[in-house]
Ligand binder design. Structure first.
Ligand SMILES: Nc1ncnc2c1ncn2[C@@H]1O[C@H](COP(=O)(O)OP(=O)(O)O)[C@@H](O)[C@H]1O
Ligand SMILES: [Mg+2]
Length: 293
């Protein structure tokens, strides 16, 4: 709350063009020439007099993992809610692979490949872990994207669901009801359901929040794996800077709803705007580092 929004425009120059991002330097599909998979143009939402997301223009290319950082209340989750369709924008546009999806409901956006981790409480808490993933696999197949007809059999769907549970380290808990899972397992299941839907755009909002230290690597390895698929784009809201450093091809910074920096991770982290906004966080990180030896 301390930094005035007016400091934003000058800070943005701290960012680098996408062509200088590590992904571009690797010469991958994420090179600046690739067509954006997701783009927001002047995307805005107002709650009463408060502008929670303020004219955010940003393009995300396939093969790129973008970390979105910013202090609490910066508008990160709201930005995700706008992209996924949970909230209607006040102004601006959202384009998926060039198609304007700004006015489409959540279900249509999901069908087109915008993937947001679900709140499990709104799914089927009384069904088993396996059933929940199986339903997600089925939902995706009904979308008509799956080309392998053999998988349309009941056994095929089950086999895929089990394979996903292996990947999120929940195979041993497949028969438990979702409602009975501890928090960390529920978060892993959210990621599993997202994998089952095979989106093109993956959005993770603090995916390891509240997880125990031994659970975190499972999720981070999965995100790394998804990033290997050069046809996907990953958006990750994360406040742990060691995680950001290890995963990001690019960082964007939101502050008071405004995009204030965008570019190469090392440059953005070193930029004055981030150093200022994260002074508190840097202290926190040092403490965490000390705790973990
Ligand atoms: N549904 C809502 N109604 C009113 N204000 C909201 C709503 N959702 C978010 N906000 C406000 O928008 C701002 C951004 O919130 P949020 O996107 O959750 O921040 P972040 O995820 O970066 O911590 C906050 O000031 C928050 O109180
Ligand atoms: Mg948030």
């Amino acid at each position: 709350m301390s930094a005035p929004a007016s400091s934003a425009p000058s800070a943005r120059s701290a960012g680098l063009p996408a062509s200088q991002s590590p992904a571009a330097q690797r010469g991958t599909a994420a090179a600046a020439g690739a067509r954006p998979l997701l783009e927001t143009r002047e995307l805005t939402i107002r709650f009463g007099g408060h502008v929670a997301v303020n004219a955010v223009s940003c393009a995300f290319r396939p093969g790129e993992l973008t970390c979105i950082v910013g202090p609490n209340g910066a508008g990160k989750t709201t930005y995700f809610n706008l992209v996924s369709g949970q909230l209607p924008s006040t102004a601006g546009q959202i384009l998926l692979d060039g198609e304007d999806v700004t006015r489409l409901p959540v279900s249509q956006r999901t069908r087109r490949g915008i993937g947001r981790a679900f709140q499990l409480t709104s799914l089927f808490p009384q069904l088993s872990v396996l059933e929940n993933v199986r339903l997600a696999v089925q939902a995706r197949q009904q979308r008509g994207i799956d080309l392998f007809s053999m998988w349309t059999s009941h056994r095929g769907v089950r086999a895929q669901a089990l394979a996903i549970l292996e990947r999120v380290a929940l195979a041993g808990k497949q028969h438990l009801t979702v409602a009975s899972l501890p928090h960390g397992d529920q978060r892993k299941l959210e990621v599993g359901i997202l994998l089952a839907l095979q989106p093109r755009v993956f959005m993770f909002d603090e995916p390891t929040a509240g997880m125990s230290v031994d659970e975190v690597p499972v999720i981070l390895d999965l995100i790394r794996e998804i990033r290997q698929d050069r046809s996907k784009t990953v958006l990750l809201v994360e406040h742990k800077m060691d995680v950001v450093r290890s995963l990001a091809d690019r960082i964007i910074v939101l502050h008071n709803g405004t995009l204030v920096a965008d570019g190469d991770p090392a440059e953005v982290i070193a930029s004055p705007v981030v150093q200022q906004a994260y002074l508190g966080m840097a202290e926190e990180e040092k403490t965490e580092g000390a705790n973990h030896g």
